[in-house]
Design a protein around this ligand. Structure first.
Ligand SMILES: Cc1cc2nc3c(=O)[nH]c(=O)nc-3n(C[C@H](O)[C@H](O)[C@H](O)COP(=O)(O)OP(=O)(O)OC[C@H]3O[C@@H](n4cnc5c(N)ncnc54)[C@H](O)[C@@H]3O)c2cc1C
Length: 445
């Protein structure tokens, strides 16, 4: 049976962090949104997520940070260690970063974030959410657009946003590309903080970098839980086997025979083994917009997790869309020219930025995972000798940089005096960061 539903202004396909985040941002601007999610409930995996200052600044400026991140943890440092020797190679001080970028680095539970986003989206009064609705087709016309679900229901709107994730069906309207496999797989899980290896830093995000593997650890939920992610390159994948990245490989790659530091050997044994996540991404697109359809989140720019930015970038997509569509909130019908102007501005703002995160994430993974003794020596030397208050390597990502209140200390030991209480970035001037990262590669359409 075909049912035609009353038209919202914006229809969103996919209720992950990206889709619900966009619904929230649009709803706050007075835009009527309906969201279709194929699963019977909105759910995220039971593990952690990092949000950098570029993301938390936007969430704070939107006025939603407190609502959606009630029991987030603000880590003290981002620490980088050699997974074999255990040596701390360097760290970033999160309070200093806050002064530089005007907002906090935070870590939180994915489920808590999604729940907070759903709650805040519904509270706008402009958002409706529907589960068990798998979109199979989109019809884009000059005067509107329709999404058709598996059961034949038809949903009309002024625009459709494809937030249907890494395996996006909506993306196929743009390009018929394949996921880019890396041969790496991730296992993740949380344990009660009381059960954690007593030698570990419980107040920081720690990355242990090893040959063809790494481990990330940080506290969650008011520091009552501890999140761990173990990632390794699968030997079975390298041999061309179809069944690869299994728990036996995880335990083998992180065994004491490998010479890894004891804390690195211990962690994977505390993870859930029910499933591993193959590490894949996609090549950047040169547009996220086609007619009345736009992509966002992983559907637009699936990204390896080495800069911990995928979900954050999807939230930036939502904020950008909301800002550019806000002037249309009071109109029932949006002309093709209005749609083109708003979505064109979104494209302009987001494609280059998100593509750059995609390509830079690949480079960070390569650097973490070097294997040969020479490459490890060079990497470790570079990390050790890097001035920890020199932010060139992340300014492009976490910036713009606040110039007010940033003063070089006489002994060079600190760069920014003053209180760590959330400063306002609004009225402060911006300096252009020096640019250490290559511009993104743009690939096929
Ligand atoms: C190991 C690992 C660690 C990570 N760590 C971080 C981190 O620290 N920080 C960070 O910012 N990011 C991180 N990420 C990335 C982040 O998880 C993703 O970028 C983010 O969750 C993508 O959100 P999304 O809403 O775009 O897609 P998804 O979460 O995949 O949501 C898509 C939704 O669409 C629904 N859907 C699909 N098809 C249809 C259809 N046809 N009709 C209706 N609904 C449909 C799906 O059911 C799903 O609910 C990490 C990723 C991994 C793998």
């Amino acid at each position: 049976m075909t049912t035609t539903h009353t038209a919202p202004q914006v229809l969103i396909v996919g209720g992950g962090i990206g889709g619900i985040g966009a619904a929230l941002m649009l709803g706050r601007r007075g835009i009527r949104v309906h969201l279709l999610e194929r699963e019977p409930a909105f759910a995220e995996g039971g593990f952690g997520l990092q949000l950098g200052p570029n993301i938390t600044r936007m969430l704070r400026d939107e006025g939603v940070l407190e609502d959606i991140a009630p029991n987030a943890v603000f880590p003290r440092r981002l620490v980088f260690r050699n997974a074999v020797s255990g040596e701390e190679l360097n760290h970033l001080d999160c309070e200093d970063m806050e002064r530089r970028y005007g907002s906090r680095y935070l870590v939180m539970h994915r489920g808590d974030l999604l729940e907070g986003l759903v709650r805040a989206a519904l509270a706008t009064g402009n958002v409706t959410l529907e589960n068990d609705r798998k979109v199979v087709r989109v019809e884009d016309r000059a005067d509107g657009v329709a999404a058709i679900t598996e059961d034949g229901s038809r949903y009309e709107a002024q625009i459709v946003l494809g937030a249907d994730g890494m395996h996006s069906r909506m993306r196929r309207l743009f390009v018929d590309d394949a996921l880019q496999p890396t041969g790496f797989v991730a296992y993740r899980g949380t344990i009660p903080i009381d059960a954690v290896d007593p030698d570990l830093d419980l107040e920081s995000v720690t990355v242990w970098m090893g040959p063809g593997l790494h481990l990330v650890q940080y506290p969650l939920r008011d520091a009552k839980e501890f999140n761990q992610v173990a990632v390794f390159e699968s030997p079975a994948h390298a041999r061309g086997e179809l069944d690869w990245g299994k728990p036996e490989e995880l335990l083998e790659r992180f065994s004491s025979e490998t010479g890894l530091h004891p804390s690195v050997v211990r962690a994977p044994r505390e993870l859930g083994m029910a499933r591993g996540w193959p590490m894949v991404d996609r090549d950047p697109l040169d547009t996220y917009v086609q007619g009345r359809v736009a992509l966002l989140g992983d559907a637009a720019h699936a990204t390896l997790q080495y800069l911990a930015q995928g979900a954050g970038q999807s939230l930036l997509d939502g904020a950008s869309l909301a800002a550019h569509l806000a002037p249309l909130a009071d109109s029932e019908t949006w002309t093709p020219a209005q749609v083109q102007a708003a979505l064109g501005a979104y494209d302009e703002e987001r494609v280059a930025a998100a593509s750059r995160v995609q390509t830079a994430s690949r480079a960070w993974g390569e650097m973490w995972h070097v294997r040969s003794a020479g490459a490890v020596m060079v990497r470790d030397h570079a990390w050790r000798s890097h001035d920890r208050f020199d932010y060139d390597i992340v300014d492009w990502l976490y910036g713009p940089v606040r110039t007010e209140g940033i003063v070089a200390a006489a002994d060079g030991s600190a760069t920014s005096p003053g209180s760590a209480a959330a400063p306002s970035a609004e009225a402060t001037p911006v300096v252009r960061p020096r640019d250490l990262h290559p511009t993104p590669v743009t690939t096929r359409k």
